[in-house]
Ligand binder design. Sequence first.
Ligand SMILES: [Mn+2]
Length: 333
Amino acid sequence: MAHTLPEAGPALRRLIAELPGRPVAVLGHMRPDGDCIGSQVALARLLLAAGIDALCVNRDRVPPNLAPYVVGVKFLTNAEYVADGRVAVTVDCADATRVGEELLSKFPAGVHANIDHHASNPDYGRVNIVVRDAAATCHVLAAAALQEGLPIDAATAQCLHLGILTDTGRFCYRSTTADMLAIVAELVRRGADPAEANFRVFEQESRGKLELTKRFLNTIAFHEDGKICSGELTQADYAATGTTKEDKEGLVEFPRSVAGVEIAVLMEEGKDGIRGSLRGRDPKLRLDLCAGKLNGGGHVLAAGFNMQGCRLPQDRAKILGIVIDHYREYSAK
Ligand SMILES: [Mn+2]
């Protein structure tokens, strides 16, 4: 059990030394992001360097822009992976269910080790290296590996840098500390390339994504004297631009980034209703509770909702009305 960065080093060393002598599967979460892929590949490389047979498996495929990070490691999807008695080690999964039910069921002995940084992680592994104030799972792994002198070559450094870069919003979030940046500096010294990572991760959008963004921006509307800003997507937008739900990633940042906006709303009409995202910057507005009124939930500053049976445009006013009433009540407190 390790819950601080200084404890993470010895815990990682012990984990590697005391693995039960079977090959390892490093598992990440559904719809993997940079921290997930980065920590999976980095950990698998550390295990391989220690002479342990390891591969990575996820329910979903590696996003194409992150594929260059998969170096010297076998990376399979759930569909490709045939259960072969491996020991399960999860990274960046707040809960074991984040692995995905079907993939998790291929490891009947459960999760051997759980390496993560999510505050809500209930320590579900037999071994738990969960540092809740770390910026990223890659931050935990980098700190631990550097402390213990484990072999971090350029490819591993690149992966660890990737996860910290993406989970800190390019070193912008509150989790960006001097100690964390000192670790990043060491990763760059060892061969991580910030300019290349920035290009791969943030400058490889598809033309379809840009077309989807144009359509989303055309729906932007302001409410409550500019305190609330909403935008919409429909199935027709995805169809017309050749994009998928994953491409909506980041769009809610446009309404959120406008001066004076306190609640950003993204409404997405799907086959069975309207799902959406709420984003804010004042914890007082309790967007988790607002989302609760829309059959959803989440965090104080970032929440999601799911209004079954609703359609656009006819139910737009109903949803926005609930957000507006919530805003009026909570901003007055
Ligand atoms: Mn993460």
